[in-house]
Design a protein around this ligand. Structure first.
Ligand code: IMP
Ligand code: MG
Length: 181
């Protein structure tokens, strides 16, 4: 494990900070979605850890679904290409849909996804992101719920990956390539 975490040693957000923030987000959502038909849509794979914790902090009846989208090809740069790898397994018409994202970066993924979901006639559509990098935005997308606003560094852990690794870290770390062997 020490070899594995060497490139992600610098902790940006601790496990405790994550859990405290997610409790708060859950409380806000609980207040706002009372008597609504809440459907959480998790964007795979990065947001799966966040979804699992967030849904347990929402004290309301709710349903979940998943969509898998790829925008990064094993690198730290956005390709600008968005592809649907797995679509939702149900009709979202009439649901109060809340998109659950790990991180809002350039905004390209969501700016592609939102019109597509609106076409399917949900009752409402909002965005909840754990992390927001506003300085990197290339298209105007705003989150309705945002956990942490962070500077522009490449981060891993708590669902976020570098080339599919590090998703299982229980903290959010700054990714740095180390030359040591
Ligand atoms: P956007 O389309 O540029 O907003 O990118 C959103 C997606 O890019 C996220 O759901 C992540 O999968 C990925 N991403 C953006 N920044 C980072 C990062 O710092 N670390 C890991 N993944 C990232
Ligand atoms: Mg990713």
């Amino acid at each position: 494990m020490s070899e594995y975490t060497r490139n992600a040693e610098e902790i940006l957000i601790t496990k405790e900070q994550l859990s405290e923030k997610i409790k708060q987000l859950g409380a806000d959502i609980t207040k706002d979605y009372k008597d609504k038909k809440l459907l959480l849509i998790s964007i795979l794979k990065g947001s799966v850890v966040f979804l699992a914790d967030l849904m347990r902090e929402i004290r309301l009846p709710l349903e979940i679904d998943f969509m898998c989208i790829s925008s990064y090809q094993n690198s730290t740069q956005s390709s600008g290409n968005v592809k649907i790898l797995k679509d939702l397994s149900r009709d979202i018409k009439g649901f109060d849909v809340l998109i659950v994202e790990d991180i809002l970066d350039t905004g390209l993924t969501l700016s592609y996804l939102i019109p597509m979901l609106l076409d399917r006639k949900p009752e409402s559509l909002k965005i909840c992101t754990l992390l927001d990098k506003p300085s990197r935005r290339r298209v105007p997308v705003q989150a309705d719920y945002a956990g942490f606003r962070i500077d522009d560094s490449f981060i891993v852990g708590y669902g976020l990956d570098y080339a599919e690794h590090y998703r299982n870290l229980d903290y959010i770390g700054i990714y740095k390539e180390s030359n040591e062997r």
